[in-house]
Design a protein around this ligand. Structure first.
Ligand SMILES: [Zn+2]
Length: 174
């Protein structure tokens, strides 16, 4: 079944939050990709790249060790635009259903004393980390999530028509 969505996200109106990016069939199962957006695209500074790298390590480790979620997690990684992360989970949950998980994940960063896997053996650029800044961004986003828990706009993207390139291709960024 083709599931190419006819809409795209209007990046000029995005606010931080937990959003559905895409839903895919894999065999008989569903796999859901979420955008975990920490920054307003093009309207505020992006996440420092070293802090982003540390958040990738710390939160991936948190998710893959959580007894309730570790078997559901397929992927956690940074967006190329440095405004947030991609989370891919088995199943087909609404963004609100992973609110508690994301809040716990970002709150866990505050307690991190080391960056897991930040060694030459385990990481492709192990010197490019910043634990202090990672904690700052994580605390900022956790606080935002708590203040906006009842705001439906943090769970639903503003939509626009999908961009068609000059040679007729549909544009995708993931
Ligand atoms: Zn790394």
């Amino acid at each position: 079944m083709e599931l190419i969505q006819s809409f795209s996200v209007d990046h000029t109106r995005i606010i931080p939050g937990i959003f559905l990016s895409r839903e895919d069939h894999v065999g008989n199962d569903m796999v859901t990709t979420y955008d975990i957006r920490l920054k307003k695209p093009n309207r505020e500074p992006v996440i420092d790249v070293a802090a982003m790298h540390s958040l990738e390590h710390i939160i991936a480790t948190f998710l893959r060790n959580d007894p309730d979620w570790k078997d559901e997690v397929i992927y956690w990684g940074p967006m190329g635009c440095l405004t947030g992360f991609y989370l891919i989970l088995k199943g087909n949950r609404a963004p609100g259903e992973i609110y508690d998980l994301m809040l716990a994940a970002f709150k866990s960063v505050e307690d991190a004393e080391v960056i897991p896997g930040a060694t030459a053996v385990n990481c492709g650029h192990y010197l490019m980390h910043n634990l202090g800044m990672a904690k700052w961004y994580a605390a900022e986003f956790a606080d935002y999530l708590e203040k906006n828990a009842d705001n439906p706009a943090i769970f639903e993207y503003p939509k626009t028509e999908r961009l068609i390139t000059d040679d007729g291709q549909q544009f995708f960024d993931s």
